[in-house]
Write a protein that binds this ligand. Structure first.
Ligand code: GLA
Length: 384
C-alpha cells in the first residue's frame, strides 16, 4: 500500500502530526446511462483508481484541506455553512460537510490532505469519489457511524443542493457500495441491487479521450429538464407515471405524437436503455459477453443519436475499439461530452488492445489518450 504510506508521510510533513488514510473509488458504468435520475436501472462497477484523503482531527471547528493535485489549500469553518458554489474542487468537501452537519452529524474540525488517481472531470466520477472519501473520513474521525446507502444519498444531496449539479445517485452509490470483482445492477427507485461477478478472463479497459467539453454540466441539467417534460406530458393521461421508468417502449411509441420531437428522442433513449440494462444483467449472469457487447454498442448509439451527449472523440474511440481484436463491447461511460469510454476486453488481448487503440487514436486526433486497465474494486474504506 505504497500510495497510502506516501500520503501519510506527506501529511505528517505538512501538518506535523500523524493522520489516518481513507479512499473512495471512481467508477465505470457498463450500461444504463442517464437512467439513474429517471429512477431506472444502472450497472456500474467501482474501479481501482481512487481519491485518497489523509486526515486528523483538530480541536477547533476549522476544516483545512490541501489538494496535492491542485497544490492549493482551502480553509473554512463548520460554524458558517457553505452556501454558494465557486466552481472549485473545494466545493465538494465543503458541500458534504454542510449536508452532514445539517443532517445532525456533528463533525470535528480537521486537517486534510487530498490526492486523486482519477483524471478530474473525465466521466469516471472523480467528484463523487472526493465527496464520499471526504465525508467518510470526516464522519469516522468524528466518531460517527453511518449506513453506506445513507452516506451515498447525503453525498448526492450535497452535489444537487450545494454544487448545483442535478446528478442521480449512481456515482455516490457505487463509490460507497462497490465490491471487488463485481458490477452492481442497481434499481435507482428502490435502491435494491444485485452483485454481478465479472468473468476472470475479461478486463475493464478505460480509454480517456482527453477531451472535456464545457457544456457538460449545463447540458446535463437540460437533459434532466427534457425528461421531466416527457413525464409531465405522458402523465396527463396516465397520472401514475411518475418517471420515465414507468413507461414501456410500446407505450412511448403509441403516444409519440403527443411529445415534441426532441423530448420524444430523450425519452426513447431512457426507456430503451432501461430495457437494455435488464437484458445485460441476464447476459452477464449466463456469461454471455457477446450479447453484453452488442447491448453496450446499442447503448452508445442511443446516447449519440437520441440523447445527444456523445461527441466526435468519444465516437471515434468507440469506433477504433470495435476495429481491434479482443473487445466484446465498448461505449461512452458517464455523463458524456468528452471523458472516457469503457471497453470489455478479453484479458489475454488487453495489452494488444491498449497499444492499438492508443496508436490509432493519437494518429487521428493528434492527442495521446490515457488508457487504464481496471478491475472492479471495493467501495470507500479506511486504509491506514
Ligand atoms: C453523471 C452523473 C450520474 C449519471 C451519469 C449518466 O456521472 O453524476 O448521476 O446521471 O452522469 O449516467
Amino acid at each position: 500500500m505504497i500510495q497510502a504510506q506516501n500520503l501519510a508521510e506527506a501529511f505528517r510533513a505538512l501538518y506535523g502530526m500523524d493522520g489516518r488514510v481513507y479512499r473512495a473509488p471512481g467508477r465505470i458504468n457498463l450500461i444504463g446511462e442517464h437512467t439513474d435520475y429517471n429512477v431506472g436501472f444502472v450497472m456500474p462497477a467501482a474501479i481501482d483508481l481512487y481519491t485518497w484523503v489523509a486526515i486528523a482531527p483538530r480541536s477547533d471547528r476549522i476544516i483545512r484541506i490541501c489538494s496535492r493535485n491542485f497544490s492549493e489549500t482551502v480553509e473554512f469553518t463548520l460554524d458558517k455553512l457553505y452556501n454558494s458554489p465557486r466552481s472549485h474542487w473545494s466545493d465538494y468537501p465543503r458541500a458534504v460537510a454542510a449536508v452532514l452537519e445539517q443532517n445532525g452529524y456533528k463533525l470535528s474540525g480537521a486537517n486534510l490532505l487530498v490526492q486523486s488517481d482519477l483524471p478530474i472531470g473525465s466521466g469516471l466520477s472523480s467528484s463523487a469519489a472526493l465527496e464520499v472519501a471526504a465525508a467518510y473520513a470526516l464522519l469516522d474521525i468524528s466518531g460517527q457511524s453511518i449506513d453506506r446507502v445513507k452516506l451515498a444519498l447525503l453525498c448526492q444531496r450535497a452535489e444537487n443542493d450545494f454544487v448545483g449539479m442535478r446528478c442521480g445517485v449512481m456515482d455516490q452509490f457505487i463509490a460507497c457500495c462497490g465490491r471487488a470483482g463485481v458490477a452492481l445492477m442497481l434499481d435507482c427507485r428502490s435502491l435494491d441491487y444485485a452483485l454481478l461477478p465479472l468473468p476472470d478472463d475479461v478486463k475493464l479497459v478505460v480509454c480517456n479521450t482527453m477531451i472535456k467539453h464545457e457544456l457538460a454540466a449545463s447540458e446535463y441539467n437540460a437533459r434532466r429538464a427534457e425528461c421531466d417534460e416527457a413525464v409531465r406530458i405522458l402523465a396527463k393521461t396516465r397520472p401514475d407515471i411518475r418517471a420515465l421508468r414507468d413507461v414501456t417502449e410500446d407505450e412511448l411509441e403509441r403516444r409519440s405524437a403527443s411529445l415534441p420531437e426532441t423530448v420524444y428522442k430523450r425519452a426513447r433513449h431512457v426507456i430503451s436503455e432501461n430495457a437494455r440494462v435488464v437484458k445485460a444483467r441476464a447476459a452477464l449472469e449466463r456469461s454471455d459477453l457477446e450479447t453484453l457487447g452488442v447491448l453496450m454498442e446499442a447503448s452508445h448509439t442511443s446516447l449519440r443519436c437520441d440523447y445527444e451527449v456523445s461527441c466526435r472523440e468519444l465516437d471515434l474511440m468507440v469506433e477504433l475499439a470495435r476495429q481491434v481484436d479482443g473487445a466484446y463491447g465498448c461505449r461512452m461511460t458517464g455523463g458524456g461530452f468528452g471523458g472516457c469510454t469503457v471497453n470489455l476486453v478479453q484479458a489475454g488481448k488487453a495489452a494488444f488492445f491498449i497499444q492499438e487503440v492508443a496508436a490509432r487514436y493519437e494518429n487521428e486526433v493528434g492527442v495521446a489518450p490515457e488508457i487504464y486497465p481496471c478491475s472492479p474494486a471495493e467501495g470507500a474504506a479506511r486504509i491506514i
